[in-house]
Every structure is written in C-alpha cells, then in structure tokens.
Design a protein. Structure first.
Length: 200
C-alpha cells in the first residue's frame, strides 16, 4: 500500500489506479474535453484516502451545462463505450435539469458506476469552486475540498458517513485548514458532531 499525503492542497495517492480510479480518470478526461467543471465528492474521496470500504458509485458533481453540451457529452460517452439506464444518454439533460442523478457506466458493467449530478446548493457549488486535486499514478482528478467533505459527512450523519469523516479527519488532521473546517461545521450546523469527532 503506497502512501497518502495532502501536499499543498494536492492529495497524492501512491498506488496503482484501481477500477474506480480508472473510471474517474476517464470520465474526467471526457468532461475536460468539453471544459465542463466537475468535482468528485463523497465516498470516492474517502476511498482515495485509503478507507477500505466498498462503494458501487463514484459521485461526481458537474456545473450546470446547457442542453446542446449535454447532448454532445452523451454522444461522446456513447462513442467511448459508456451506457446509462437513462438511455439513450441523450435524455441526460432533462434528468439532470430535473435534479435527478444519472448514472453512467462502461458498457456491460453496472458496478462501479458514476453517479452524475448538477450542482444544486451552496455546498455543491463550494465543492466545485474550491476543488482540490488528487493525483493517482500520474493522472489527476478534481476532488471536493477535504474540509467540506468532513463537515458534510457529519451533516449526513449515517454511520458510514461519520466513519468516513473520522477517517479523513484522522488522516489529514495535520494538513487540514482548521478555520476552513470550522467554517463549514458552523454553516452546516454540526458543532456537536465536530466536538465528538475531535475526541474520537
């Protein structure tokens, strides 16, 4: 198992990319081709940070795009051998616009898959605007800021979310921005949970 470090805002993961990483990297490259701002969040960030837990989906937030761009993106995904239950992928825009998540996977595969959604609230937008970089095996993908991930996981409050928060906090305690973390904790109203986290 390689090392994992947060170096001046970049999460450096020293291991060979696994199936989830390859999916994230490829999707990132496709979105990059269209200059679509995006950020990976939630469970995938915990897994990048070495938390051993299974996940079937890789959550990715994307900026709001127009229908034309969504159609081109759908076409490209189709050409690159991706599929989604919202097939044809051309109904992608309508679903995203409705606030639904859509999932996209390499053809013939159900897991792992990408869970794609438009940014919806200030926290989604903050993840996108303050995205940091994860580097895995020479490739990079944008990930949500660790401080916001921790606070948001406390806010979600399910056991696996709290465990993710504890893992991220314990791992990055030395390199986190405490003021930034506390700002998110306050905005998400999870002070009590944060106090428990610090004692964990």
């Amino acid at each position: 198992m390689g090392g994992i470090e947060l170096r001046s805002g970049t999460l450096v993961v020293e291991r060979e990319p696994n199936q989830l990483d390859e999916l994230a990297i490829e999707f990132s490259e496709i979105l990059g081709h269209f200059d679509i701002q995006h950020v990976y969040i939630a469970g995938y960030v915990s897994i990048l940070a070495g938390r051993a837990r299974s996940t079937e989906d890789v959550d990715v937030l994307i900026e709001r795009i127009n229908e034309g761009t969504a159609d081109e993106l759908a076409e490209t995904l189709d050409e690159k051998g991706f599929w989604g239950p919202a097939m044809p992928l051309t109904s992608m825009y309508e679903m995203l616009d409705n606030g639904d998540n859509i999932w996209v996977a390499p053809t013939d595969q159900i897991t792992p898959h990408l869970e794609v959604k438009f940014t919806r609230d200030e926290f989604d937008r903050a993840s996108l605007e303050n995205a940091t970089t994860a580097r895995i095996g020479g490739k990079t993908v944008p990930i949500g800021p660790i401080e916001l991930q921790i606070a948001y996981k406390l806010y979600l409050g399910a056991q696996k979310d709290v465990e993710d928060a504890v893992h991220l906090y314990a791992l990055f305690e030395e390199s986190l921005s405490v003021p930034r973390l506390e700002e998110w904790v306050t905005r998400l109203d999870v002070e009590a949970e944060y106090e428990r986290l610090k004692r964990a």
